[in-house]
Design a protein around this ligand. Sequence first.
Ligand code: NAD
Ligand code: TDX
Length: 331
Amino acid sequence: MRILVTGGAGFIGSNFVHFLLDETEHEVTVLDKLTYAGNLASLAGLPEDRFSFVKGDIADAELVDRLIADHDAVVHYAAESHNDNSLDDPRPFLDTNVVGTFTLIEAARRHGSRFHHISTDEVYGDLELDDPERFTERTPYNPSSPYSSTKAGSDLLVRAWVRSFGLRATISNCSNNYGPYQHVEKFIPRQITNVLRGVRPRLYGSGQNVRDWIHADDHSRAVLTILERGRIGETYLIGADGERSNRTVVEDILRLMGQPADAYDHVVDRPGHDLRYAIDSTRLRDELGWRPRFQDFEAGLAATIDWYREHEDWWAPAKDATEAKYRAQGR
Ligand code: NAD
Ligand code: TDX
């Protein structure tokens, strides 16, 4: 197949591109606008005969139509992805996550393309810490932030295009990813690179908020499984039973980096901060046989720390601007 990957210069998209080229025979084109979050260095060294890169906007209807006409399938990762940014300036989130997704699915329906939409567990809102239930494909949508509401909007557009126009689409909603090549604005890379620079990690609010961590490699394998064998029109939740409080994660990072476990600071909380996410991925496991390979979070975290230690050239250019933005927010 010829697969068009949107947002392939970002964290999870680039992981998927490497995975496809390493483990399948498919040909890959990346369409990416190279916003502050896109980095061509994440796509270095790929085989030229099976990989090409197009710089452009998923909301550019003419460009999108031409590219989709020329591919068998689209895997749609491109998004504005950071909650804190969405609280500062929601506009790009509407433009990319909603209008961009609309532009892609219009072209996909014109050309009868197979479409896979990448989304997030945040569309379901949050859970109490002691809630025995986890998110399933039947949980009602209840997003909290401008980011998650635009992702929810994009999911609903895809569902409507399936029902109204017969779009051959699947959707996946995944929990928090970690691993190499994640932008330093995100929680885990921010704290690792802070420690590497001799700065104390920053925990929002009490730090009791829980995220359900999955390694990006496990996410990529799940997406390929759904692309190949998922039922058209279905949604699959992707999660690896990795619930941890933010405080525990910061303590793990400090310990693994040889620092005292309490060497962090509490800073002002994120407005509307979701308390807990937790995914029940039974459908994906039972129907499609997917299982996460990274079962040991601390081992995956230690490998991620090593990667940031060895790749300062990759992350250093974004670090100062990111921290300047956080300083302005009091975080
Ligand atoms: P990221 O911010 O690292 O990468 C996003 C990429 O999209 C960048 O390369 C950027 O240049 C590109 N992009 C942004 N706007 C664009 C536009 N208008 N046209 C073309 N390209 C554009 O994000 P990520 O963390 O890799 O997330 C990728 C996808 O996965 C998103 O859809 C996100 O909602 C979803 N997701 C992320 C997580 C997570 O933990 N990071 C979890 C679940 C789902
Ligand atoms: O410095 C920090 N301190 C802190 O305590 C930062 C940057 C974050 N946090 C907290 C906020 C969250 O509870 O850590 C948790 C994780 O924060 P983020 O990395 O910003 O992720 P989150 O808001 O949970 O959203 C992520 O997972 C779902 C991705 O950014 C989304 O794209 C994805 O949809």
